[in-house]
Ligand binder design. Structure first.
Ligand SMILES: [Zn+2]
Length: 488
């Protein structure tokens, strides 16, 4: 038991230092490692596997909605960035450049892509000639670069992995439909598979993507009360079409610019997963996303091992045959050590089987989400495990939602109240969370809130819990009801 406690103690408690906790967990669970290149991390197998499961779930949904994958080059000519003014201004400070190759200085330097609207726009201009070529529905799984000053593994790194969808349509209506279809696809995936509750809505102009007409986002609340933008979908209008001359001959014989969209989620989602569900014992993974759903551990004195294994092995096979992602841990270490190890790694169910369990034709299921232990008959163990996985998935979502709702404040809707709220939180250690407030639409009011409180507008929710009528800063008539929060 001593080693159990020592093991857990290495993770800094969340309440003591949330950032420290986060780093402790991701390192202890071996999700990543730092490299000599500043801001660039290694996704170790256990971390990469989470990404693979995210990829699989999204890729299936993209394909079901008619999208196909392609791959575009990582190097983008400098001149491409000049073709969309807001885009170049937005991304220029973050671009790493290739200036030499083959021992020679390049005539035109090449950027490591921060996103691929430009190179894809250039190619679409050649591929799209007629209305018959539309829509173009392409997604790319790739790495991108954004040279960041302050980095945090998974949440903000100089190189990260993502998917970027790029579509072209004949009409604004179709392109806007696509933008919303993808936002809903993201919401569905993140809420149902990752058990992370979201606020979906539209970004304010100052927070939108550089070059977009409208940006929509899904926003999640981390356990320290801060917001994380978990995914975005952009209606780009004809901005990139005009910059890159993406034109088509329509049915009416008129030459028209296409309407484009782009949308993406990244390895940030791994950070969200950890910060929404993790606790002082380590990771906690929702069953639908967990690479291992059940860890089977034989317990009891070694002299009974053969007797235990005679039931253990068939149960393992039966779970596997039923489609459960199960793994057995037969290492030399004590059961207690293994229990802690797999709890720290976030496996949803631990299945224990010992000699006395065999005598009683039962096994023990321990839940990672609640710590509860349940004894079930071996005859119905497979069904009980399957039902419990569903129950844990549901419970993790409900728990995260209850936490988010408890830290979403509807009555902090003026700058004065917000300042008082922050002061009170600093005193009591409560989380500042999200606040819902009215906004007149002026960028100056939004900037003032940010300047004085570090609260930024997260999004204008489609379906706010209530409508606000006055602006958080100037008190003028509110055009929008907005979620504000401190954000990653
Ligand atoms: Zn105002």
């Amino acid at each position: 038991m001593k080693e159990e406690k020592g093991f857990v103690k290495e993770i800094t408690p969340q309440a003591e230092d949330f950032s420290r906790w986060y780093i402790d967990v991701i390192r202890k669970a071996e999700l990543m490692d730092y490299t000599p290149v500043r801001g660039c991390i290694v996704f170790k197998p256990d971390g990469y596997e989470l990404w693979e499961r995210i990829q699989a779930g999204l890729d299936r949904r993209f394909k079901e909605t008619g999208h196909r994958n392609a791959y575009f080059p990582m190097l983008i000519p400098e001149s491409f960035f000049q073709k969309e003014k807001e885009h170049v201004e937005g991304f220029n400070p973050e671009l790493p450049w290739v200036t030499e190759a083959g021992g020679e200085k390049l005539e035109e330097r090449l950027a490591l892509r921060p996103t691929s609207e430009t190179i894809i726009g250039h190619m679409y201009a050649q591929w799209i000639q007629s209305y018959r070529d539309l829509p173009v529905l392409i997604n790319q799984w790739a790495n991108v670069f954004r040279w960041e000053k302050r980095t945090l593994p998974f949440l903000r790194t100089s190189e990260f992995l993502w998917q970027e969808g790029h579509t072209a349509h004949a009409t604004e209506e179709e392109a806007r439909e696509e933008t919303m279809r993808i936002l809903e696809l993201y919401r569905d995936f993140v809420e149902t598979e990752m058990a992370i509750p979201l606020y979906t809505g539209q970004k304010t102009p100052s927070e939108k993507f550089a070059g977009a007409v409208d940006t929509y986002s899904i926003e999640a609340m981390m356990k320290d009360g801060k917001a994380l933008q978990a995914g975005t979908s952009h209606y780009l209008g004809q901005n990139f079409a005009k910059g890159f001359e993406i034109k088509f001959l329509d049915r009416d014989n008129q030459l028209k610019y296409v309407h484009t969209t782009s949308w993406g989620v990244s390895t940030r989602l791994i950070g969200a997963l950890i910060m929404v569900h993790g606790d002082d014992r380590g990771l906690a993974l929702p069953p639908r996303l967990a690479p291992i759903q059940v860890i089977m551990i034989p317990v009891g004195p070694p002299k009974f091992r053969d007797k235990v294994m005679a039931r253990f092995d068939p149960l393992f096979d039966a779970l596997k045959a039923a489609g459960v992602r199960v793994k057995s841990d037969l290492r030399e270490e004590t059961p207690g050590w293994k229990f802690n190890e797999w709890e720290m790694r976030g496996v949803p169910i631990r299945l224990e089987l010992g000699p006395r369990d065999v005598d009683s034709n039962q096994c023990v299921l321990a839940r990672r989400d609640t710590g509860e232990k349940i004894t079930v008959s071996l005859d119905e163990a497979v069904e009980r495990v399957q039902a419990l996985l569903e129950e844990i998935q549901r419970n993790m979502y409900e728990k995260a939602k209850a936490f988010r709702d408890a830290n979403s404040h509807l009555d902090v809707d003026t700058l004065e109240k917000l300042k008082a709220h922050i002061a009170r939180c600093e005193e009591t250690g409560e989380l500042t969370g999200f606040i819902l407030a009215g906004w007149c639409g002026s960028a100056a009011c939004e900037a003032k809130v940010k300047e004085e409180t570090k609260f930024t507008s997260r999004n204008i929710p489609f379906d706010p819990p209530e409508r606000k009528h006055t602006c958080i800063h100037c008190g003028g008539e509110a055009k929008h009801t907005v979620w504000f929060a401190r954000a990653y």
